[in-house]
Each structure stands twice: as C-alpha cells, then as structure tokens.
Design a protein. Structure first.
Length: 430
C-alpha cells in the first residue's frame, strides 16, 4: 500500500468527501471537515486525482462532532454525522450553489431557502441486507461504503422508532433460525403514524411455502403487509392489504409495496406546501407524478390537472388517490414524460417536474420550452443533473423561450448524508 500523504482539506464536495491537493493531484477523502490537516492512505491513484481513507486527523476542526451512531464510518448509510446539523445545511447550500455554477453555468446570487429536518429518526423507509457472518450466523444491516460487505447493525439512528422496533424483531427471527437461509433483503416502510408497515422480502429462491414466511413476520410485527419476491422464479406473493394509507397535510395517499414515496416523515407536509405554493389556474401538469403527492393538492386548485407516470405500480396508486381526492376533473396518463410531451401542445399554467436522479431528458426539456408553461417547479435529488437541465431551461438569457429562476430551496430530506434535494421555481421571461 502507498505511504500516507498529509493534506489540508479545503472544502466539502458533492458525494460526501473533502477535497485537498497534493503534488499536482486532487485528493478526495470522506469523514473530514474544511481546514482540517489529515493524513490520507491512498486507495485509488489516477493521473489527476487520489482517493483515499483517513489514517489520522492531525488537526481536527473545532466544529467536529462525535457521531451518535456506533456504526458511523463503517456503515455506508451516513456521511456527515461528524458535522453538527446546522453546518451540514450550510455546506449543502454551498455545494448546491457551486455545482449549479460549475456544471450548468447557472449563476444564482439570491438566497437559498433552507428547510431543515429533525436530524435523526426521520426515515420512514429503509432497506436492509442479510448475509452470513464468518461463523455462518445470519446478520442484518447495510452495506459498508463502496462495498458489498455487510455492516451488521442493531439500531439505526436515522430510522423511525417503528422501523427500529421492526429491526429488533427481525434480528430475533434471524437468531431463532426460523427464517429461510435464502432471505437476502428486507425493505420496510412505515405510515405517517409510524405504526403500520409494508415489508418487501426478497429471497434468492423459495424452498417452501411463502405463506409460512409471511406468517412468521405477521406474528412478530403486528399491522404488517408483506410482499415476498422469489427471485429465481420471479414471482411475488402478497399477504395483507398490499398498501398503507399515508396522511400528508389534509390528504390521504394510498401507497403500495412497489411505489416510490418520499422518505423524510417530518418534511412531507412542508415539501408539498413549498412545491404547490399559491398556484391556481386553468391547467397544471404533474410530470413524474408517482403516487400523486403533488397531483392531489394541485387537482383541487386547478380546473384541469394531468398527472404523468410510467411506473405501473405507482399508476395504480395515483389513480386511486386522484379518484379519492374530490377534485372535479383529475386525469392521469400511464406513459413516459418524453412520450407524453411529444404529443402535447396546450400551454399549461404550471408544470411540476420531480424526475429520478438521472434528471429530465433533453428532448423532453426542448418540448417543454416549446409548450411554454407560465411557471415550472423542478424538484431534484441530484445537483449535477439539475445543473445540466437548468442550463437548458434558464442558461441562455438571450433565448426568448428561456426561463428565469425566481426561487431556490434546499429541502433537507436526507440529514446526515451528502444527498441534496433542491427545489427550483422558474418563470417565463417574456
């Protein structure tokens, strides 16, 4: 292994690492703070950069905190527990502003409105891996950072109390030897009351009746619905209602086992209010609508609402949620955003974009600018693809179709991690 190198950390960058320089190389290392002097063991050396692990913190920052989680630094789930929460928000805002400028040439000199979350106990959904330890006993936990090696856990400070209670019950089931050895993954999702659970169980193969596995979990965890996936046979077996009801503000949402939903149970109401704002009008489009988190309130504010979603499981929930919303004329389309926009020509008052981490396809953005909605609200979970897309929507002030940014928000859905959720509000220039 190469000898350690001594560096001075200059700043934090997106991805959970600190940046430094050493003999012509850019150096990246996790679990550091700006202005710390550290010794780094290189684990990857390329022509222009070195990526390493911290061997010693020689001059710690006065801001360095003691992580409350005993697995921090080994478990791959969290990146920032060594940073006080108020500073996490400040660093994320700086990274967001710098990323938009560097990658998208988008200069935003206004304020970034910060929406803070309680720093722990916020997650309503977790995904645990199961593997055998060296002695052959089953363990449950998360993967270690950058590896497929398990970090066995007995608690998770960022998960809700109900999820931690479920974790304890699953540990007991594993230790009792009653669960099948082929069980590899468990995803757990808790409702707004942190009471009812959806469990998705993945097995390499099922060597016995799946109903017996479901019964074991029902006995250990009351108020649970299970969906078991036999990967080899590629078949699913449901035990329970197949969905839970999740209340956000004045609305209830049906959410099924395979539907996406935001994971921060404390910020959901604030997120919806920030996206929807004071918007009212004739026509709104909710693109990448999911189960209708924004579609439902928008349908009660606009004469017409069209929600677009490509995932078949989410569309079933979207349809149910819109039908139950009481809106006069909600509409939904089971198709991709690109295909929908290719056929759409009417100008909407508002378009909401909530794409996956890959962002919005350039072809869809081009069509959107031709359609020319009065206002666009873009909710992003990746600042790099947000910068790329904003360069198209708002990067050229001379383009008569270009938009101007009127608001930029940092909604901290993922405290203790490097992940950044940004909300941008854009209006037509002309």
């Amino acid at each position: 292994m190469p000898d350690p190198i001594d560096v001075h950390i200059e700043k934090l960058v997106y991805g959970g690492e600190g940046l430094a320089h050493h003999e012509g190389h850019t150096v990246f290392a996790p679990f550091v703070l700006p202005d710390e002097d550290v010794s780094i063991e290189p684990v990857e050396t390329r022509k222009k950069f070195i990526r390493g692990r911290v061997a010693q913190i020689k001059t710690p920052s006065i801001d360095r905190a003691v992580a409350p989680c005993p697995y921090f630094g080994v478990c791959g789930g969290c990146d920032y527990q060594h940073i006080p929460y108020e500073l996490q928000l400040r660093y994320k805002a700086e990274i967001l502003r710098e990323t938009l400028s560097r990658l998208g040439r988008v200069q935003w000199d206004g304020s970034i409105v910060q929406h803070a979350s309680p720093p722990f106990g916020y997650r309503n959904r977790v995904q645990w891996k199961i593997a055998r330890d060296e002695g052959g006993s089953p363990e449950i936990g998360y993967f270690q950072a950058g590896s497929q090696k398990l970090c066995a856990i007995r608690q998770c400070p960022i998960a809700s109390p109900r999820l931690n209670e479920a974790l304890g019950a699953i540990v007991n089931l594993l230790q009792s030897g009653t669960l099948p050895a082929e069980l590899r993954e468990i995803e757990a999702f808790a409702d707004h009351d942190d009471d009812r659970l959806l469990l998705n169980l993945a097995l390499d193969t099922a060597n016995g009746p799946l109903a017996e596995i479901a019964a074991l979990f029902r006995s250990a965890l009351p108020s649970v619905s299970t969906l078991i996936h036999d990967r080899r046979a590629d078949r699913f077996e449901l035990s329970g209602p197949g969905h839970i009801s999740y209340r956000v503000g004045n609305y209830n949402y049906r959410i099924g086992h395979l539907s996406f939903f935001q994971v921060n149970r404390f910020l959901l109401d604030e997120l919806v209010r920030t996206v929807v704002g004071e918007a009212r009008g004739r026509l709104a489009l909710d693109l990448f609508a999911g189960v209708g988190l924004f579609s439902v309130p928008l349908a009660n504010r606009f004469e017409r609402l069209i929600a677009v979603e490509s995932n078949v499981a989410a569309v079933r929930d979207l349809e149910a949620n819109l039908q139950a919303s009481g809106a006069v004329s909600p509409n939904w389309r089971h198709t991709t955003v690109e295909a929908f926009l290719e056929q759409w020509h009417e100008r909407p008052d508002l378009v909401v974009l909530d794409p996956p981490r890959t962002g919005v396809a350039a072809r869809a953005l081009s069509r959107l600018m031709k359609i020319a909605p009065q206002e666009i609200v873009y909710l992003s979970c990746d600042p790099a693809t947000l910068a790329r897309d904003l360069a198209i929507l708002a990067g050229d002030a001379q383009n008569p179709r270009a938009y101007r940014i009127t608001e930029l928000h940092l909604v901290d859905i993922f405290p203790q991690t490097y992940h950044i959720e940004a909300l941008v509000r854009l209006s037509r220039r002309a």
